[in-house]
Write a protein of this length. Structure first.
Lengths: 302, 258
């Protein structure tokens, strides 16, 4: 006699799950639900809790309720850094929109057989080390970097240009890092665009310029919106790019928060600022889902 | 419509591709030259690679990175597969909420994830180390593996499974003999794409790694902080090129027709 019959056990388990679908779904989703709860939701709750605590001496935290951290959001220094982050993120979106539209349009309309390969090239850098790619810009832009060495060698300038550690280098890093996020949704919406509409407009006498501004551009608004949200969200909270490419003059919120946490160990204040950043991100995504969302690709349509 | 692209647009796009690839090429080229960012060509050398391979700190960091990335990929691919199967096929109350929560790690700024985990670990008085990094990495790779596998599910034919069930296979057999083989490229793609996410992650790891548990990106970061040495170019090239081989396979598998 078998002590442990795997086959019978399996059969009765399947019968149980067949008659109790809720248990089946619950059992299958429990590992990811567990992980999301423990390592995403609870830590977020702890950030909320810390943001109401009082800072003690020498970087300790006293468990006394206060709203001080939230009052410090109106600190002029923080507001200045916030405004700069906003400015850099908006500029990044604007440049990515322009550059991304060019590339997406080029690939979608003139890519021919190489379309998939070109899109492959667009997303490939995204999968490589983000740290190394940002480091590469130090190699390019520093006083003894490639660009300055090149310009000095060919006597175009006498002294190296200050290309690194300012808002310019941060902006370059942001555009470079997040451009693929803009190209992907733009390309998708340009690919979906019904070419017969353009042909009809052409037959009715519309010029190339009219076709672009009155048909292509309005019909790809969805892609432009998705791309802008996908670029703006990580850009405003960026930590590493201002850390490596920006200096004290190009401080952004992300770096400021990290400084509060790691340098000054002011955890309650760092938590309050992080929540502000998170709230802004979620609000934007909510607006985006309301405006652009709709179709549920996660559910099988039968 | 005319198929020849306007010259100005083509030139602009080629320049943008140069912008996208120049930094990586610079790192690769200067990993092979003896001088730092010299404009003229001064010969070819592998001494920086030699220095990378001889460096004990880098060896230790590589070991930590792999000890995190490999279990992370296995666990998050397994969890991602069952999550994707259930989420795509079932209707239940709270499904939209579950999906929204699943999106959070993808959309939250990395900095906020890192800080929240740091506070979480320190509240539990957990010592920061390989295990804390692994837990963090699994939590942000699960959404990725789930999404990649769902994308694959959208392209497999449900009627094949229905046929198997009609022919008398139970759910278990159908899953093993029909669904999983059909999903295999998607599962493999998810694993190959999750690897660089874990292996390359810097910001989150920076907050949850302890003194003795630097991953490779953390090691590279401290080398950059200490001053730029050409050795970083060699190390950077290795970090970029080796995972890229996996990614290329992963992306090709993901795109392959059913």
């Amino acid at each position: 006699m078998k002590v442990f019959d795997v086959y019978r056990l399996r059969k009765s388990l399947l019968r149980f799950f067949r008659s109790h679908p809720a248990f089946r779904i619950g059992a299958a989703l429990s590992p990811s639900a567990f992980w999301l709860l423990i390592f995403t939701l609870i830590p977020m709750g702890i950030v909320v809790y810390y943001s109401f605590l009082t800072r003690g001496p020498w970087g300790t935290v006293l468990h006394e309720f206060t709203l001080d951290s939230y009052r410090l959001i109106l600190d002029p220094l923080f507001l200045k850094i916030f405004a700069r982050s906003l400015k850099l993120a908006v500029l990044t979106v604007a440049i990515c929109l322009l550059a991304g539209y060019m590339i997406a349009y080029w690939i979608a309309f003139y890519g021919g057989k190489r379309k998939n390969f070109l899109m492959f090239l667009v997303i490939l850098p995204f999968w490589t080390s983000y740290l190394v790619r940002i480091y590469a810009w130090i190699a390019l832009l520093s006083d003894h970097g490639l660009v300055n060495n090149f310009l000095v060698k060919f006597h175009l300038i006498d002294l190296p240009l200050p290309l690194l550690h300012n808002e310019f280098s941060v902006l370059v890093g942001l555009v470079y890092t997040y451009l693929p996020f803009m190209i992907l949704p733009l390309y998708a919406s340009l690919e979906r665009l019904d070419r017969s509409v353009l042909e009809a407009a052409s037959d009715l006498g519309a010029t190339a310029r009219e076709r672009f501004f009155r048909i292509t551009l309005p019909l790809t608004k969805g892609g432009m919106l998705s791309g802008s949200v996908l670029v703006f969200t990580p850009a405003i909270g960026e930590y590493l790019i201002p850390e490596l490419l920006g200096g004290a003059k190009a401080m952004m919120i992300g770096k400021f928060i990290a400084l509060k946490f790691l340098g000054l160990r002011h955890w309650p204040l760092g938590s309050a600022y992080s929540l502000l950043l998170l709230a802004m991100t979620l609000l934007l995504l909510y607006i985006y889902m309301r405006v652009g969302g709709g179709k549920d690709a996660f559910q099988e349509q039968r | 419509m005319n198929q020849t692209s306007p010259r100005l647009l083509s030139i602009g796009c080629v320049l943008l591709f140069v912008f996208m690839y120049a930094p990586l090429l610079v790192v690769i080229v200067f990993s092979l030259t003896p001088t730092e960012y010299g404009v003229s060509w001064e010969g070819f050398t592998l001494k920086w690679y030699q220095a990378v391979f001889d460096n004990k700190n880098i060896q230790a960091a590589l070991k930590v990175s792999l000890m995190v990335a490999i279990p992370c990929v296995l666990i998050s691919t397994a969890i991602g597969t069952i999550t994707a199967l259930t989420l795509y096929r079932s209707r239940f109350i709270g499904r939209a909420l579950f999906q929204g929560v699943l999106y959070i790690p993808l959309l939250m700024p990395d900095l906020v994830i890192g800080i929240s985990l740091l506070l979480f670990y320190s509240s539990l008085k957990l010592e920061l180390g390989i295990l804390t990094i692994l837990m963090a990495h699994i939590s942000f790779t699960i959404p990725l593996t789930t999404l990649v596998i769902i994308a694959r599910m959208q392209r497999i034919d449900r009627t094949l499974e229905d046929a198997a069930m009609d022919l008398g296979a139970d759910e278990w057999t159908t899953m093993r003999k029909v669904t999983l083989p059909l999903l295999k490229p998607g599962i493999l793609a998810a694993a190959l794409l999750a690897f660089p996410w874990s292996f390359n992650d810097f910001v989150i790891t920076f907050f949850v790694s302890g003194v003795g548990s630097s991953t490779l990106p953390i090691r590279v970061y401290s080398m950059i902080r200490l001053g730029v040495s050409p050795m970083i170019n060699a190390l950077g090239t290795l970090i970029v090129v080796i995972p890229l081989i996996l990614v290329v396979f992963g992306l090709l598998l993901e795109r392959r027709r059913v």
